[in-house]
Design a protein around this ligand. Structure first.
Ligand SMILES: C[S@@+](CC[C@H](N)C(=O)[O-])C[C@H]1O[C@@H](n2cnc3c(N)ncnc32)[C@H](O)[C@@H]1O
Length: 203
């Protein structure tokens, strides 16, 4: 039987591997933040779904329009790391599917998380219905997708369940949750990397 992703990442945090992820993901997340912010003129609230050690929450908090930034993750050690680095930050230890904010937010961001779900449509619909305000924005980044053939062995390497879909099926999945203006693009593509797939949509 394969392992729970949250157990694996809790272990990673306890041996400092959260920092490697932060380093590897920052370039793509910086681009995703630019996509989010470029048409943002009003103050906004923000949740990072599957925040790891919370680094993207702390980055977004630097934006002067960001009035609230929350990180949620189901790996205990990740959340403990986040709270240790930023004791005044808002980091919540919870399974994403079982959690919702008290008040819906303007932006939900998620980097390298959604494919760990058996049924990605269920978590995306949950985020759309329970986390986002009307017209709220959703953005997610994925390095694990069908067109990136270098990643196909990750489930075996990590010994965990991962959902591998081609780009068009990710786009359809967001549309089938009722999200609007669904857009996909790749960022960070190099000679040796297919790029991070970014999906962006509005409620
Ligand atoms: C590859 S890491 C990415 C972490 C962070 N977004 C980053 O870029 O550094 C995936 C994260 O998703 C979290 N995760 C996976 N499944 C989850 C679930 N069902 N509920 C909450 N968190 C989950 C893991 O604990 C892990 O921290």
């Amino acid at each position: 039987m394969s392992r729970k992703a949250t157990d694996i990442f809790s272990e990673w945090a306890s041996i400092g591997r959260d920092e490697g992820m932060q380093k590897n993901h920052w370039k793509a997340v910086k681009n995703m933040f630019q996509t989010l912010i470029k048409e943002q003129s009003k103050p906004f609230s923000f949740i990072d779904a599957g925040c790891g050690n919370g680094w993207a929450v702390r980055e977004m908090k630097k934006n002067h329009l960001c009035v609230e930034a929350v990180g949620v993750d189901g790996a205990l050690e990740m959340i403990e790391r986040a709270k240790k680095i930023d004791p005044n930050g808002n980091y919540i230890y919870h399974d994403l599917m079982e959690w919702k904010p008290l008040t819906p937010v303007d932006i939900v961001h998620s980097m390298e998380v959604i494919y760990y779900f058996n049924d990605p449509k269920k978590i995306i619909c949950h985020i759309k219905d329970k986390w986002l305000k009307p017209k709220g924005k959703f953005i997610m980044g994925l390095d694990f997708y069908k067109e990136n053939s270098d990643c196909h062995n990750w489930p075996k390497q990590l010994d965990t369940q991962m959902t591998l879909l081609p780009i068009n099926q990710w786009v359809e999945l967001l549309k089938n949750c009722g999200l609007k203006d669904v857009m996909s693009y790749k960022t960070n593509t190099t000679d040796s990397f297919e790029g991070t797939l970014v999906l962006h949509a509005k409620k």
